[in-house]
Design a protein around this ligand. Structure first.
Ligand code: CA
Length: 622
């Protein structure tokens, strides 16, 4: 029996022994290899391995394996790193190949490197499109599915729910527990804020100070749980968007004790902050000084600035993103601080992503206030310098700003509701306006219900607009239950815990228990809008025709293949009744309609009335 057992497990033991061998026997030893594994059959046939270990510069790596060639070994100015460029022929199947780090002696450190088998259809994955609605959530603040991981050994910060900027214990299991909620509400895509390890002493919950690019933070869960979350989400028809950061990483990353190369990061004689002026990159008159500070200055004390002009850094980041898409089964990426990593590198990255996954979706955080500046960064933009970003989706920050003013201001030539009209009128600058991600708030901004002065009528108008305008709506967790918060109070106040996510919460938004009347009203309104939008191709793909607002009433149509939706926003404190002659070009052929929000039937369309501060979304009928 024992003999049989040994035989059965022989290969496993052998592999384990082979993996452990390099760590024990040699003066030169290997601590880390990144990426930790790769896949056979990728379109890009080159693979860069970063190998870290004591005095590796004294070794000469060798690979002898059919289909796999060591093209180049790059010795860094740090003797503890080697960069291996490996060529894998397209015919090479899943395998484990050996890399020997020859020392001139009989024994040598060895890596057994695995090329895994790709999952079927991996390269054909479909990213989000305008038929989706994205729900943004911050995992530490959404739901605590596993209180045991709130305090994790080895991590510097433990959970403390009393601190606005502390960790609160939310995790991936909390999201898994509530996947049904997203279906019930009607959102189709989750953008989950960064999940990778952030072992920083404080203010680590937000996830933007990554200390390990290949590991989910143990306080949120594990790599396996992240993968499971995505598999379970897919079963419910939900897509998952990973929040990634290429510009910077946490200063507690092990690299900072022993940099892979002296120019791996941008180094300054003393701490130097970025000027955060992304606009300098498109400004024809910008000084090099300003541009350099924008690109090379650090985002914060705790965030070291990566040098993507170093081709090894660039390749490291590109492979890291592909690794996560392939490993976890991602549908999309939201890239943080998009312009900060430099436009040439980012364009190269986009092309590499497309090369592997033609239908994958990437949305870039190009946080600029004006339409021309944002438009510059969209794929195929008509740029005078011929730059093409290849970036599919950008956030519509200009429209977000317009939305914040539109319902609070007096209506005028270009104020109040006219802001929405004017913002949309600039769409000629965008090659693909339907590829804008439209939103009212996110984890870095004032919450929309605060901005709208706690007026649920304004809130409903804003949401009706978001769900019917061109583009992909993104809503921020808690918006559906009127969560509030101002950015100037501190980020913790715009990222409060979602009620019901923690044991003993007195309010449970997942079951709508304990909500105020207004919150419940908002929630059912959002559900109605979201469920309605799901199957409205005319909203996803339709053309837009809008009319100059008159007397604070803004009317636009979305139309496609003989189907038409009329949206009316009345931004006045009194109801409005108006004749519809001026909309004839859109109303021709239609005689009746139903307002999907109020379930109101219009037996004629010649005269329409709209209550004070409200929206109508009218499905036109012939
Ligand atoms: Ca937890």
């Amino acid at each position: 029996m024992r003999y049989l057992y040994f035989l059965k497990h022989f290969s496993k033991w052998f592999l384990l022994l082979a993996l452990l061998l390099p760590f024990v026997a040699f003066p030169q030893s290997i601590t880390t290899v990144e990426p930790p594994f790769w896949w056979a059959g990728m379109n890009h046939t080159e693979l860069q391995l970063m190998v870290y270990g004591k005095e590796l510069a004294q070794t000469k790596p060798q690979i002898q394996h059919p289909g796999i060639t060591l093209k180049e070994t790059t010795y860094s100015n740090n003797p503890n790193y080697l960069f291996l460029t490996i060529e894998i022929t397209p015919e090479t199947g899943p395998t484990i190949f050996q890399i020997r780090f020859e020392t001139g002696k009989r024994k040598a450190p060895i890596i057994n490197y695995e090329l895994k088998e790709r999952e079927e259809g991996s390269s054909q994955r479909q990213g989000f499109t305008a038929s989706d609605v994205i729900y943004l959530l911050m995992p530490d603040r959404f739901a605590n599915g596993d209180p045991d991981n709130d305090h994790t050994k080895g991590m510097l910060e433990t959970a403390d729910k009393t601190k606005p900027d502390g960790r609160h214990g939310g995790d991936l299991n909390g999201i898994i527990d509530h996947l049904d909620y997203f279906n019930e509400l009607g959102v189709t895509t989750l953008w989950i804020n960064p999940v990778l390890e952030n072992s920083m002493p404080d203010y680590s919950y937000h996830g933007y100070a990554i200390t390990d690019f290949y590991k989910v933070d143990p306080r949120l869960g594990s790599n396996e749980e992240y993968r499971l979350l995505i598999q379970l989400a897919h079963k419910r028809g939900l897509r998952i968007v990973k929040d990634m950061v290429f510009n910077h990483f946490g200063t507690n990353h092990w690299w900072m004790n022993d940099l892979p190369m002296s120019d791996w990061i941008h180094q300054w004689p003393e701490f130097t902050r970025s000027n955060y002026r992304s606009g300098t990159l498109t400004d024809p008159y910008a000084s090099q000084w300003d541009k350099d500070l924008m690109l090379k200055g650090w985002f914060d004390h705790s965030m070291a600035d990566l040098n993507q002009d170093n081709p090894f850094v660039a390749e490291y980041l590109i492979q890291n993103s592909i690794w996560w898409i392939e490993y976890a089964g991602l549908d999309g990426i939201r890239m943080d601080t998009y312009p900060y990593s430099g436009k040439r590198f980012m364009a190269e990255w986009m092309q590499r992503i497309r090369n592997e996954y033609p239908d994958f979706s990437v949305v870039g955080e190009v946080w600029l206030n004006t339409t021309p500046q944002v438009a510059y960064w969209m794929n195929d933009a008509h740029n005078s310098d011929s730059f093409n970003s290849y970036l599919d989706y950008v956030f519509d920050f200009p429209l977000k700003y317009a939305l914040a003013e539109a319902f609070n201001e007096e209506n005028g030539w270009s104020s109040g509701i006219a802001r929405l009209y004017e913002s949309l009128s600039l769409d000629f600058l965008y090659p693909y306006p339907q590829q804008l991600v439209v939103f009212a708030d996110n984890h870095d901004t004032d919450r929309i219900f605060s901005v709208l002065k706690h007026d649920i009528r304004k809130f409903k108008m804003a949401m009706a607009f978001l769900m019917t305008v061109r583009g992909i709506p993104q809503i921020y967790y808690g918006t559906e239950i009127l969560m509030t918060g101002w950015e100037h109070q501190g980020h913790g106040f715009i990222r409060e815990d979602f009620p019901g996510g923690w044991m003993h919460d007195s309010v449970n938004a997942f079951t709508q228990t304990g909500l105020t009347a207004d919150q419940y009203d908002a929630w059912t309104y959002m559900r109605l809008l979201l469920q309605w939008r799901k199957n409205k191709k005319v909203i996803h793909e339709g053309k837009t025709t809008h009319y100059i607002p008159e007397e604070g009433v803004y009317v636009y149509f979305r139309h496609l293949d003989g189907e038409s939706i009329m949206v009316v926003l009345n931004n006045n404190n009194e109801s409005k009744t108006f004749k519809t002659e001026r909309y004839t070009e859109n109303l021709k052929g239609y005689s009746t309609g139903t307002d999907v929000l109020h379930r109101t039937y219009f037996d004629q369309l010649r005269i329409i009335s709209v209550p004070a501060m409200s929206a109508r979304i009218i499905e036109l009928k012939r």
